[in-house]
Design a protein around this ligand. Sequence first.
Ligand SMILES: Nc1ncnc2c1ncn2[C@@H]1O[C@H](COP(=O)(O)OP(=O)(O)OP(=O)(O)O)[C@@H](O)[C@H]1O
Length: 669
Amino acid sequence: MASGAYRNGVHKGASAASNFKSSSFKSKHPPVAAPGSGLRRSSSASLGAASGSLKDDRGVPGRVRVAVRLRPRNAEELVADADFADCVELQPELKRLKLRKNNWDSDTYEFDEVLTEFASQKRVYEVVAKPVVESVLDGYNGTVMAYGQTGTGKTFTLGRLGEEDTSARGIMVRSMEDILADLSPETDSVSVSYLQLYMETIQDLLDPANDNIPIVEDPRTGDVSLPGATVVEVRDQQSFVELLRLGETHRIAANTKLNTESSRSHALLMVNVKRSVMGREAALSSEDDNSSHLVKPFKPLVRKGKLVVVDLAGSERIQKSGSEGHTLEEAKSINLSLSALGKCINALAENSAHVPVRDSKLTRLLRDSFGGTARTSLIVTIGPSPRHRGETASTILFGQRAMKVENMLKIKEEFDYKSLSRKLDIQLDKLIAENERQQKAFEEEVERITLEAQKRVSEVERNYADALEKERLKCQMEYMESVKQLEEKLVTNKKKCCNGEGPGVSGAEELAEVKKLLQNEIHLRKAAEEEVDYLKNRLGQFTQPEAGGNSEILKLRKSLEDEAHKKKKLEEEITILQSQLLQLTFEADRMRRCLERGGSGNAFTGLDSLMSQVGHLHLKDAGNGQRASIATLSEQVGLQKVLSLLESEDANVRIHAVKVVANLAAEGS
Ligand SMILES: Nc1ncnc2c1ncn2[C@@H]1O[C@H](COP(=O)(O)OP(=O)(O)OP(=O)(O)O)[C@@H](O)[C@H]1O
């Protein structure tokens, strides 16, 4: 008899149950909640509370919570036990169970939760498993375990998929629903392994070929791992249900092959939840300030919670199962692991110094669930049949002992170097991209400014070239005009000379007029020079910011210099023109004087025509300078002709010829 049992409603001896009266079943002191956790915390009575939880370095104290669930009578029992009362009577409001010994005597037990045959799957989940799931999401390990005789509803409670009737969904499916709803897909992840422990061998229910998985314990942390077990990351509920179905199919196939039943093996679903605490905080802060990740210090932490859901093999005794041969060995093996679990629980309940954890694979696998750092809920399932009273009593006692086991819940939080590295990589990528963007923008800006400058320079060049061209044309026109006027005047003078009229207008007046024209010309030239200077200054202003290397500007300067050079040449030509004009004026004067003296006009005819030709040549070739006129005279008039005039009989002709030659010689020199 358990020390905590009630008999006939009277409490006998110190019991775990008596302690539970003072403990709250509500989550008054939930473990440290992950920031931003979206899962609604259970508010109804639950097994998950850490009574009087005081968090210190060792963790949060948390007793193993135990619920009892009664299966309704099945078809066989309805017939076979028709004339008998159930072996148990439940008082759910008092969280008590009465186990009948006979018609007048019963033992009373108190549990953390008493679930009648009418309890819904939803309620069972909420009081048994939900607080554990919440702890797992907060970074603790958690265990939900079903213990009971074959056929009492362990698989019904834990493993129902509820595909046709969602209200029938069991604890596994509902747990994953809550986990997936609470995780952030960007920073968190959840993965599962599904295993079967049969005859001290661990088989992979997600990969049947993998049928002897070793257990590895971390000597430092005591954490248990199963290297080689298939681990599947779960992204949505549907894929998880598929995995459960696949596991169930493999479990049935494996058991058929081994000629056994599911009740002979233990099924373990391991759910690993990994969430980045920093990731969530950073994500929240970055909503307010996009650049915060660059300046705010951050601590990348990862919380790793592991949920283990264990559907234990049937707890019936060997002698009652009538096993023999291989089945007997099998039953012994099942019993071995279950009795090892019972022994461990007893040792822990009694605060024994030695806990035989290593006696079986089951206890090795569950070492964290009892007396470890996990939050653990146990649901013991019982049937109503008085024919199985002994099994029911044994199950109830197992549950009562488990209620005495105290765990020290510890949060599994690690510094997440991987996440830090990933975050830094992302930050680095962002910075590189930003840098490239800025570099590109800078280059585009430089290109834009260069284009703008080039455009402005070419605009100035064009304006300047236009202005120069205009000025040049203007000068040319004026020059041509002046030359034309001089020619006309010369012809008029000659005509007058030939007609013996003499210069109608005095030569001095004509000369003054020509001088005036020249002055005008000089004035215009000066104005053009000023215009050029002004344009030069303007160009200098435009090109100053790009000083030091713009080839366009250099070109512009060169063309400016060329223009200045041309201008200088034009000025020289004007000077030549002036000297020629003087010479012509002199010749005209001389001719006029000659005519006035009444000398032979005929005698001078050849010489006049020669002078006329010389004059024309001078005007035509003025652009090439004085030297060109001698060469042209020699070519076009012929030096022989000039020389023949020197031998003329007329002395005046000879004198003129001498003068012409002398003038030409003076020109030549
Ligand atoms: N609370 C319940 N309400 C209605 N039916 C139930 C309940 N619990 C169990 N059953 C039914 O009882 C039968 C046995 O249940 P189940 O297979 O879950 O038992 P078990 O303890 O897992 O058995 P085993 O140890 O052999 O695997 C099933 O048909 C199941 O539907």
